[in-house]
Design a protein around this ligand. Sequence first.
Ligand code: COA
Length: 119
Amino acid sequence: MQTVGWSRRPIRRVKRALDFSILVVGLWRHDDKFPRLVGFARCTGDGILEATVWDVAINPVYQGLGLGKELMKYVLKELKNIGISKVTLFADAEVVSFYKRQGWTLEPRGSKCAFWYAN
Ligand SMILES: CC(C)(COP(=O)(O)OP(=O)(O)OC[C@H]1O[C@@H](n2cnc3c(N)ncnc32)[C@H](O)[C@@H]1OP(=O)(O)O)[C@@H](O)C(=O)NCCC(=O)NCCS
């Protein structure tokens, strides 16, 4: 089981990022009194040709139950419905096989990802 150990991000910037995302998916546990956010994923992109998946997470209490897989299936189905056929993501090293099991190709045709940080 994995916990989510990402660094905190300023809430106002997160809200803006969600506003600019082309798909935001929350997976909720149904409960009239205490609905709980169980999973989350979002995508950025041009809305036509390409999308990138970010912030995939399942609440640690609910990990290992197949929800992450279903969440990713849903995300890809929604992107396909929009007409997007090329989807990328940046996987944390320890979850690469989570994506590979679901048919993702690691760095196809020798492509490599690169990062640039402004600081
Ligand atoms: C990665 C994560 C989303 C998986 O969600 P989950 O609901 O626990 O995964 P599932 O139960 O749907 O597992 C689906 C399959 O992936 C496998 N799997 C689950 N977590 C895995 C991991 N960390 N590494 C490799 N395989 C994993 C499962 O064994 C299962 O295999 P199966 O289909 O052969 O039975 C979840 O562990 C998580 O939120 N982790 C912390 C945040 C994170 O790392 N997100 C990804 C950032 S790139």
